[in-house]
Design a protein around this ligand. Structure first.
Ligand SMILES: Nc1ncnc2c1ncn2[C@@H]1O[C@H](COP(=O)(O)OP(=O)(O)OP(=O)(O)O)[C@@H](O)[C@H]1O
Ligand SMILES: [Mg+2]
Length: 343
């Protein structure tokens, strides 16, 4: 079969789009052509995939291979398409059966030795895959817990390309085996386990507690009202009265996130690559305190190509704390900062 199709997911911001990966093998000059608006990281996939296939004891088809990523108008960024491209090439070469490939999507970066490495943004990609009708999603083993937050997907935790080819052939893998997480997982129960620490009366994971603050009843009441109602709060007062201390303790009185909000927050942190290891679901309100010298891009986000959420996005559904910790902010006239001497 000279032509085979697999699927992967392209992220635009935190929105995933299903991408069809087609591999066509024909006679001609030996080459691997990649078409469909790939970025630099994706262009380099050609070299990674060739080494990964050869080092997984598979045969590289020494013919002219064209790989098309469609829709071609959608920019494809990052290295998460490697696994889908490698399997499409092997299926086109007849090395693996292609019967299971419809209804299946793959996300993962290939190492030169054939291992599958995790990539950021798997949670929103998995949600987009499920919404597009994908029933089986293959991801790197380290991304599996994150993908498993989408309950309707059968998740394949893929340690290596050889494990993936063995699974498609219905055989046992020679190396580390594939772990299969069946669909129908109960997100509510997972959420309940994750939020046990966030129950009223238990200490916040940061180790801080609003009870540490002595006195300041008015400021404290204002903070509690703002935490309950989701309002903005500005703290003004003389140095050393506990403004920073109080602000840092506001997340400790914020209620645990609702499941939908927890998924939203986790998706943003998944794209930013800031999900805590071993804990794919952020169930407590996030707290973000950028440095007072942080740039505009660090606060509002940016990134060319791959989106980089800023502090404001990372604090979504939580608390963004902007402190004036520098002497320049407090005593602008007395400062000797170089930029001030120049003006
Ligand atoms: N009400 C308070 N209860 C307990 N400790 C306090 C209180 N106010 C201040 N402190 C102690 O003083 C330290 C400094 O307080 P903090 O940094 O919060 O003051 P601040 O109002 O933010 O001052 P600045 O305007 O200089 O930033 C705190 O780390 C804490 O140890
Ligand atoms: Mg302060």
């Amino acid at each position: 079969m000279p032509l085979a199709r697999t699927h992967s997911i392209a992220l635009v911001g935190v929105q995933g789009h299903l991408v069809e990966v087609e591999a066509d093998i024909e006679n001609g000059m030996v080459a691997l052509l990649l078409v469909g608006l790939p970025d630099t990281a994706l262009r380099e996939a050609r070299d990674r995939i060739r080494s990964a296939i050869v080092n997984s004891q598979e045969t590289w088809p020494s013919r002219r291979i064209t790989v098309g990523l469609s829709p071609a108008s959608l920019p494809k960024r990052g290295s998460g398409f490697d696994l889908a491209i490698a399997i499409a090439i092997l299926a086109a070469a007849g090395a693996v059966p292609s019967a299971d490939l419809p209804g299946m999507a793959m996300i993962g970066e290939l190492g030169l030795d054939g291992r599958v490495h995790p990539v950021p943004g798997v949670l929103p990609a998995a949600a987009a895959a499920a919404a597009a009708g994908v029933s089986v999603l293959a991801v790197a083993a380290d991304n599996a817990a994150e993908a498993a937050l989408v309950p309707d997907l059968r998740v394949l935790a893929t340690p290596s390309l050889s494990a993936m080819t063995a699974w498609l052939r219905g055989a046992d893998s020679p190396g580390p085996a594939m772990t299969v997480l069946e669909p129908g997982r109960d997100l509510e129960s997972l959420f309940a386990v994750t939020t046990t620490r966030a129950r009223p009366g238990s200490r916040h994971q940061s180790g801080r507690d609003l009870a540490d603050l002595v006195g300041q009843p008015v400021a404290r009441k204002a903070a509690e009202i703002c935490a309950a109602g989701g309002h903005h709060l500005m703290l003004l007062g003389p140095p050393g009265v506990g403004k920073t201390m109080l602000a840092e303790r506001i997340p400790t009185v914020l209620p645990p996130l609702e499941p939908a909000a927890a998924l939203e927050v986790s998706a943003i942190h998944s794209v930013a690559g800031t999900l805590p290891p071993g804990c794919p679901l952020i169930a407590e309100a996030p707290f973000c305190a950028p440095h007072h010298t942080a740039t505009r891009a660090a606060i509002v986000g940016g990134g060319s190509g791959v989106v980089r959420p800023g502090a404001a996005s990372l604090a979504h559904h939580g608390c963004l704390f902007l402190d004036d910790t520098s002497d320049e902010c407090k005593h602008p006239r007395a400062t000797s900062a170089p930029w001030r001497r120049l003006t």
